[in-house]
Design a protein. Structure first.
Length: 257
């Protein structure tokens, strides 16, 4: 399918010919190409083993050594620009406890900016603004482990937003959330003025939040188009082991929207 056209001509993310094999010889990516414009919300879909994690780890240089190129806000991902790239690409992991390790919420959110050299009133402003964006400003002095899972996930998002990234990458953001927490997080993600790449198996969540989706399968981009159209293509879905929840009709949901 044709990629979705966007109003912005400025790319937040460009991936060109990205191929990567692990040291044991397993080839995870076979030449991945796509561009995401500034401000887009895009879902990355695909079965387990498709290469989604390998791709995401290339976006801020955690993995390297393959062929092809990744460019973030005009900066090639590589040693020369690594510090700047890692500030521009914020990754929110599936388990918030992988990102929360300080005694209080405030200290967790302050950790990244402080390590980048931000101090004093500027640091306090970063922390306050990030917590306000996720609705957790009243929990700044609470220990993270006293929060619910959904609240911890919102704080994990705040730790990344405090770095003022251009791209927010979310790994399975709706997993293990109750319906209310799932809705609250969706409202937050819709309100953010950043580019979003959402890796998810939750296809209704992808449809709700991301107008465009990429399907990564066997290490290549198998489809790139409007989320509603991809999810409505039964043959495409079967070919790439993607299944909608029983009774869920993406065409009906898209029509209501």
């Amino acid at each position: 399918m044709d990629p979705v056209t966007t109003a912005s001509s400025t790319a937040s993310l460009e991936v060109s010919g990205l191929a990567f094999a692990y040291p044991d010889g397993h080839q995870a990516l076979f030449g991945v190409d796509f561009t995401i414009a500034r401000g887009e919300r895009v879902a990355l879909l695909g079965p387990n083993g498709a290469g989604k994690t390998t791709l995401v780890l290339h976006l801020n240089g955690i993995l390297s050594g393959g062929t092809g190129a990744v460019t973030v806000a005009g900066l090639p991902v590589g040693k020369r620009h690594m510090a700047a790239v890692r500030q521009k690409v914020g990754i929110v992991f599936q388990d918030p406890d992988d990102q929360l390790f300080m005694p209080t919420v405030r200290e967790d959110v302050a950790f990244g900016p402080a390590a980048a050299g931000i101090k004093g009133a500027a640091l306090e402003d970063r922390v306050r603004h990030a917590l306000e964006r996720v609705g957790m400003q009243d929990f700044a002095d609470r220990p993270p482990h006293h929060l619910s899972f959904g609240q911890r996930r919102r704080v994990a998002v705040a730790t990344v937003l405090a770095m003022e990234p251009e791209i927010l990458v979310l790994d399975e953001p709706s997993s293990n959330l109750d319906p209310a927490s799932r809705r609250e997080l969706a409202d937050i993600l819709r309100s953010l003025d950043v580019t979003v790449l959402m890796v998810t198996h939750d296809l209704p969540y992808a449809l709700e939040l991301c107008p465009r989706s990429l399907i990564l399968s066997d290490g290549v981009i198998a489809a790139d188009g409007r989320t509603a159209g991809l999810l409505s293509d039964e043959e495409l879905m079967r070919a790439h082991r993607l299944e909608l929840p029983f009774g869920f009709d993406p065409r009906a949901v898209a029509g209501r929207a």
